[in-house]
Ligand binder design. Structure first.
Ligand code: MG
Length: 418
């Protein structure tokens, strides 16, 4: 008796049939132990495939600590891989995007948001023939510095640090990848290229903080960083809308009244015909993303031409970022963001979560300040060089929502054990 539906006796054994199919598809293909090398050289590929104004290994300012070149991965491929293998990247899984992690199992976390941004950024980079490896590395790193509990956590830490330089997530991201990650015996941090560090500095709202200022050497960042910025913004607008709909924070009627969504609905109808309520959120999100990516590509190409961009230096000297949506889309997007702010980010259920989160972090901060000996040894040792408050801030900002929550119970709940 056979367990396969392809068991008719006249058929050849599957492995022979496959070989013949392959030979038909690729006549020159001959199975052999002696597989010819492809001759693919990523460094040469960068030079040949990318447009002249793309960043490439040859133009990089390199890494702070010298390391031998890898035989077959470019600098930026290595950056991307280092980020994926970092502990900070894994912790994104338990960090809030907008809705606190334990709220449901379906909504976006910092990690899935990051993956969506990376995916959209790579599409944009490849279409524009920019450096996809660098773009991906920047996208995967762009939110590493977020503290637990999203923007509420950021505000709480900024308040705790008011007299010690404040807190801002990009600045913390720079501290994480340069000093707090421990992966290599000879140096702290991930030793990423200047370009990835530079991209984090351009997102920062604290351009004068010493960690940030060092990397802001030009009027504009290169195009790969600009792409991630645009992809980040279009990704969170659309997925926050999706999450809020799915979790019932907002209704379909409310969403349909937003001009951007109303216009997207017309496009949806052209593509799918009538869309039922159950299929509406996914179809809407897909349409909004497709539309914005298309618009971004089209408008960016126009701007590359009108600003006469020929080199990376032209991009850096430009009076404004080159990668931008068209004015029509920018306007619709701004209206959508107003709606999200009012109806989602300020929703009473979200406010309750964020208020509680802030209270957690403030109380933890005070508790460590009162008894610094409660800090784990790696952080405790850093007090001597970083100061007490900065060290506590580094520790708290590195936590996941889940860890901060457990730590709060451990420190304040009388019956909670270590
Ligand atoms: Mg982001």
């Amino acid at each position: 008796m056979s367990h396969s539906s392809f068991s008719h006796s006249t058929l050849e054994p599957p492995e022979r049939a496959n070989e013949r199919e392959l030979a038909r598809a690729w006549p020159e293909w001959e199975p052999s132990d002696n597989v010819p090398r492809t001759g693919y050289d990523p460094f040469e590929w960068e030079e040949r495939f990318l447009v002249p104004y793309a960043m490439r290994t040859r133009l990089s300012r390199g890494r702070l600590h010298d390391e031998p070149e890898h035989p077959y991965r470019t600098l930026y491929q290595r950056d991307r891989d280092r980020i994926i293998h970092s502990a900070a990247f894994r912790r994104l899984m338990y960090k809030t995007q907008v809705l606190v992690n334990h709220y449901s199992d379906q909504h976006r976390t910092r990690l899935t948001h990051t993956l969506e941004v990376a995916q959209i950024s790579r599409t944009l980079a490849r279409q524009l023939r920019l450096n996809e490896d660098l773009t991906e590395a920047i996208a995967l790193a762009h939110d590493l510095g977020h503290p637990p509990f999203g923007h509420a956590g950021e505000t709480a830490l900024d308040e705790c640090m008011a007299e010690h330089g404040g807190f801002e997530h990009n600045r913390h991201g720079l501290r994480l990848v340069q000093f707090l990650e421990r992966r290599y015996p000879r140096f702290p941090g991930l030793n990423l290229t200047w370009e990835v560090l530079e991209s984090l500095s351009y997102h920062s709202k604290r351009p004068d903080a010493p960690e940030v200022k060092r990397f802001r050497t030009h009027a504009q960042p290169f195009l790969e960083a600009q792409i991630v910025d645009a992809a980040d913004s279009l990704a969170y607008d659309t997925h926050d809308l999706d999450d809020a709909l799915q979790l019932g924070l907002i209704s379909l009627e409310e969403v349909r009244a937003v001009p951007f969504c109303r216009l997207a609905e017309e496009r949806m109808r052209q593509r799918y015909g009538q869309v039922g309520d159950e299929d509406y959120p996914a179809a809407l999100v897909r349409t909004l993303i497709d539309w914005q990516v298309e618009d971004l590509l089209w408008h960016t190409r126009q701007r590359l031409a009108s600003f006469r961009i020929r080199t990376v230096e032209d991009v850096r000297r430009a009076p404004e970022p080159i990668v931008q949506p068209s004015p029509e889309i920018a306007h619709l997007k701004a209206q959508l963001e107003d709606f999200l702010r009012e109806r989602v980010y300020h929703h009473y259920r979200v406010q309750r979560m964020t208020t509680k989160a802030k209270r957690f972090l403030r109380r933890l901060f005070k508790a460590y300040r009162r008894v610094p000996g409660m800090l784990p040894p790696f952080f405790y040792r850093r007090i001597a060089t970083e100061g007490l408050e900065q060290t506590i801030c580094d520790y708290l900002a590195s936590m996941t929502d889940r860890f901060a929550h457990d730590e709060y119970l451990r420190l304040f709940h009388p019956y909670q054990r270590e």
